[in-house]
Design a protein around this ligand. Structure first.
Ligand SMILES: [Zn+2]
Length: 492
């Protein structure tokens, strides 16, 4: 168990972080050479877990263990293997590696329980120190359902500027969101990139056939770093997610009149950058407004951010002729987000009108807030609390006592709202039963090389997920895997 739940996942996280397109930093963007190498490596680890594995037309890496018994339903696990530029080793990768470790831990745990010696059968072969489980053995152990893990090819949207490419393909919503038309910086559409770089003959046919069969997945579970400071501040390793904030991304283009910084008088200038600057602070103040002045209450988690600014031509002695900037608005509930998006657009239009500069606002991305399934949340919380017994056989006394005491931390697993978008949002469109487990990360930092999760926390999340999966698909003690929403246990 120590190998499967502690040594392997932590070593694999390091190994995956070294697969990068840049030297000295981590960058793995859609269909880059490192991205392809990472996919191969993940497939190998899936095989070692006893999974059948394949890569689909958009580059998602699938691993599946089909229950040998007559179980119709499948628990889907997932996270993404692309990264932002100069990213960290855990965002996305953690969910894949912990998912794999949990599957292996679940299978080994079952084998140990069945054996009389409490030890692993000796015939299990080991490769480079990793335990390898034969597919037929893996499949024979699943009595109540199948397990399917997807490493999504693109979540961050670095290349095409629109997120959830991989998970939307699996959810069957790629065409709905017109994602094949999305263009990368070189001007190539996703459809063209799939044809030319991935050898997909007809991207539309491929996109339409990628979706999982409706009703075949009973629930989706994703492990992810928290990307926020709450768990660390409270000294707790894990948190259960109640929902994911909705998000809108806009791109504002301001067109001014380009001119010489020295010769064009101040009055009468149409300075695109100065106009944009005014808009940026107006948008910031919308989200800073206190509740008593009509702002959103704090529990709404309303946030507005302008994180990207493009100034043309971008020279110190030229008045900007054109400036573009991104706007990112998120909130726990959709009506609040919608209202603020409208107000932000109005604020932009007001500045444009007053300064006499033409503006355009493009709506780049909209994602509705998504609630986690209450039953999945409850079962996940129970599994996290019960991880104690697994951890005691996996970690040393000294490791257990680190970070304020891991076992104490599992006695109060908190419920959090995610401000960041996750693949779970896209999958929730096709699989209504969704749940997420957050793992503490140092300083709440993500999208940075400083991103860090303690090795013991990696193991704690793997133990919790292993227990969860075991209860769902091996022993059935957490209730049978359910079918479509509303179908109750007795009907199965
Ligand atoms: Zn992520």
């Amino acid at each position: 168990m120590r190998r499967a739940l502690h040594l392997e996942p932590n070593a694999h996280l390091k190994q995956l972080a070294e697969i990068s397109d840049t030297e000295g930093s981590l960058a793995r963007t859609y269909l880059s050479p490192a991205h392809r190498r990472a996919a191969q490596q993940i497939q190998q680890w899936m095989r070692d877990c006893g999974m059948e594995t394949w890569v689909d037309a958009v580059g998602n890496v699938h691993g599946r263990i089909k229950a040998a018994h007559d179980a119709q339903q499948t628990v889907l696990l997932g996270s993404h293997y692309d990264t932002v530029l100069d990213g960290g080793a855990y965002d996305g990768a953690l969910g894949i590696i912990v998912g794999l470790a949990a599957v292996k831990g679940m299978l080994l745990g079952e084998l140990m329980q069945r054996g009389t010696t409490g030890r692993l059968p000796e015939q299990l072969e080991s490769k480079d120190g990793d335990v390898v489980i034969p597919p037929t053995l893996a499949s024979s152990l699943l009595r109540f359902g199948s397990v399917h893990l997807v490493a999504f090819a693109d979540e961050e949207g670095v290349r095409f500027g629109s997120t959830f490419l991989g998970s939307r393909a699996v959810a069957g919503t790629l065409l709905k969101y017109n994602m094949l038309a999305a263009k990368d910086r070189a001007g190539a559409s996703l459809a063209n990139v799939l044809r030319e770089e991935a050898g997909v003959a007809d991207p539309w046919v491929a996109a339409a056939s990628l979706a999982l069969e409706p009703g075949s997945i009973s629930e989706y579970v994703e492990v992810h770093i928290e990307q926020g400071p709450v768990l660390e501040a409270r000294g707790l390793p894990l948190g259960v997610v109640a929902g994911i904030a909705g998000q809108t991304r806009l791109w504002v283009t301001v067109n001014g009149t380009q001119g010489h910084a020295g010769t064009v008088p101040m009055r009468g200038r149409r300075d695109a950058l100065a106009a944009a600057a005014e808009m940026v602070t107006a948008i910031e103040s919308l989200c800073l407004q206190p509740e008593e002045q009509g702002g959103a209450p704090e529990e709404e988690n309303l946030v507005c951010t302008v994180g990207e600014l493009k100034v043309w031509p971008g020279a110190s002695n030229v008045i900007s002729g054109s400036t573009g900037f991104s706007v990112d608005i998120r909130s726990k509930t959709d009506p609040v987000r919608m209202r603020v998006v409208k107000e932000a657009v109005r604020a932009v239009e007001a500045v444009c009108a007053r300064r006499g500069v033409p503006c355009a606002v493009d709506r780049k991305h909209d994602a509705e807030a998504v609630l986690a399934d209450a039953d999945v949340m409850e079962a996940m919380k129970a599994a996290a609390e019960a991880a104690e017994s697994i951890l005691k056989t996996t970690l040393t006394e000294e490791e257990l006592s680190r970070h304020g005491g891991l076992l104490e931390g599992l006695r109060k697993v908190p419920v959090l709202v995610s401000g960041a978008g996750h693949d779970a949002m896209a999958i929730a469109e096709a699989v209504p039963r969704m749940g997420m487990l957050f793992v503490r990360c140092r300083g709440g930092v993500s999208h940075s090389p400083l991103e860090h999760v303690e090795p013991e926390d990696v193991t704690t999340s793997a133990a919790a997920l292993a227990g969860y999966l075991w209860g769902r698909v091996v022993s059935g003690v957490m209730g049978p895997v359910r079918g479509e929403q509303g179908r109750d246990k007795t009907e199965l």
